[in-house]
Design a binder for this molecule. Structure first.
Ligand code: SAH
Ligand code: SF4
Ligand code: F3S
Length: 439
């Protein structure tokens, strides 16, 4: 056992990649004798894992970093580390505005954190934001106590992005696509399978452009053959990388869940071209058709942006039209937000904020009604539900997820957590389903 190094608190913002990175940092630090705490005043080390995908996220990060100034005044020995996408974006400049920060660690440098905070072994302030050929933190295996649900493991298979969508800062802050070697991924899956993990959730900014020694489709086949694994999910996929082999997986691999997150962003070809998305409205819809042919009960979620520069009301209507055609279960929708250094930041952000807001509202109203209709269509059907935990609403209720990734609440025993049970759907709600255990 290592001796106790001090208390650590990590704040995480942004996407699932950041969540996983934070779990990895916790795992590494605990391995070396640090103790996690939720009490910021007790912490000897505070880490902020930040996001900069939209202006709002960026501002939130800066205001949270600013607030830590007081913690530093109260406790001069406190070490403050900023990592994630704002750290990568601003690097050295962050110190100029936030001199109370000790370490700025870019998205490729995360694995160095334990050494940098060891016995004050480096001189502060310190900035490490170089991009390197391999992101070593991908190989850190999360300790089981940090899996939010011990039956579901999130696994990095690649990081970065080469797509340069005109609006997006991610390629600049996460760097080019780097895949993790397939054999290491498979080793990690086997490790989790031996520890009762039932669901494998593969993560990457563009999982389906994976190139770690085999195709993404082949990787899915290999994971599928690992005993003990019951469900496989992944995110995020880019429409242009949905190969025929990958679509075939939905016909041949029953452990692959009937749900795909496939961002479409906009429904108009002109907007898609200005966004540099590399597909058309028609080819996106054709893709959805092919996936539904391979797996008829397929459910889709997606991302959409409203108010991209020059988006006309008619072009926005094409987005609504596409939503009506696909009938997604869930849409994560955003008002366009200019990001420094991106191609679109040179375009005039000419759709008024009030107009963006009203388009967003219209989109969300439409989607809410489709979501509820999709949920209603599932009434009376019996689904396999992987039980995640006790429901917050009532002591007798537990909840889990269907293959479509929909949450189902039902009466049951908390000892079923991690097991798959059959549940008949009895009520459709806006954000979830209610069911009864099937006899
Ligand atoms: N492929 C990535 C996407 C990350 S960004 C992934 O790993 O999930 C998530 C979503 O944020 C994008 O799909 C897009 O809809 C939205 N987004 C990105 N940049 C944006 C911007 N500048 N303004 C508004 N929304 C943006
Ligand atoms: Fe951003 Fe586009 Fe890359 Fe996704 S595919 S991370 S939206 S540049
Ligand atoms: Fe945000 Fe970086 Fe993820 S910008 S969405 S934390 S990749």
């Amino acid at each position: 056992m290592c001796s106790m190094k001090g208390y650590v608190k990590i704040f995480t913002y942004g996407c699932q990649m950041n969540d996983l990175d934070s779990q990895k940092i916790y795992s590494e630090l605990i391995e070396r004798g640090w103790q996690p705490t939720d009490d910021t005043r007790l912490a000897d080390l505070i880490i902020l894992n930040t996001c900069t995908v939209r202006q709002k996220a960026h501002e939130k990060a800066l205001s949270n970093i600013g607030r830590l100034r007081k913690n530093k005044l109260d406790k001069p020995n406190l070490k403050i580390v900023i990592t994630g996408c704002v750290a990568q974006e601003l690097g050295q400049h962050l110190f100029e505005r936030m001199p109370h920060v000790d370490i700025i660690l870019g998205t490729h440098q995360l694995h160095r954190l334990p050494d940098l905070v060891k016995n004050n072994s480096c001189t502060y302030p310190r900035v490490e934001t170089a991009f390197i050929d391999y992101i070593h933190s991908m190989d850190i295996v999360t300790r089981r106590e940090f899996l939010e649900h011990s039956h579901r493991a999130y696994i990095n298979i690649m990081q970065g992005c080469n797509n340069y969508c005109a609006y997006c800062i991610v390629p600049y802050v996460r760097g080019p696509e780097i895949s993790r070697p397939a054999e290491r991924i498979l080793c990690e899956v086997e490790h989790h399978a031996r520890h009762d993990v039932k669901e494998i959730f593969l993560l990457g900014q563009n999982v389906n452009s994976f190139s770690g020694g085999m195709s993404f489709a082949e990787l899915l086949h290999r994971i599928h053959s690992i005993e003990g694994i019951e469900r496989i999910r992944f995110t995020t996929s880019h429409p242009k990388d949905m190969s025929t082999d990958l679509i075939e997986c939905y016909a041949t691999l029953p452990k692959l869940c009937s749900h795909l997150h496939l961002p479409f962003q906009a429904g108009s070809d002109k907007v898609l071209a200005r966004m540099n998305r590399g597909y058309t409205r028609e080819s996106y819809l054709e893709l959805i058709d092919r996936l539904r042919k391979a797996r008829p009960d397929m459910a889709f979620s997606t991302d959409a942006i409203v108010g991209f520069p020059d988006e006309t009301p008619e072009e926005f209507q094409e987005t609504l039209d596409l939503i009506r055609s696909v009938r997604f279960d869930v849409i994560y929708s955003f008002k366009y937000s200019p990001r420094p250094g991106t191609k679109a930041s040179d375009f005039t952000d000419d759709v008024l904020l009030t107009e963006k807001k009203s388009r967003l509202r219209e989109l969300q109203t439409l989607q809410n009604s489709i979501t509820l209709e999709n949920h209603r269509a599932r009434l009376g059907t019996t689904y396999a539900v992987l039980v995640d935990g006790k429901s917050r609403r009532s002591a007798q209720q537990i909840y889990g997820r269907t293959t479509h990734n929909t949450i189902v609440n039902f009466t049951g025993d908390s000892s079923w957590v991690g097991q798959t049970v059959r549940v008949r759907i009895t009520r459709a709600n806006q954000n979830s389903l209610t069911g009864k255990i099937a006899q």
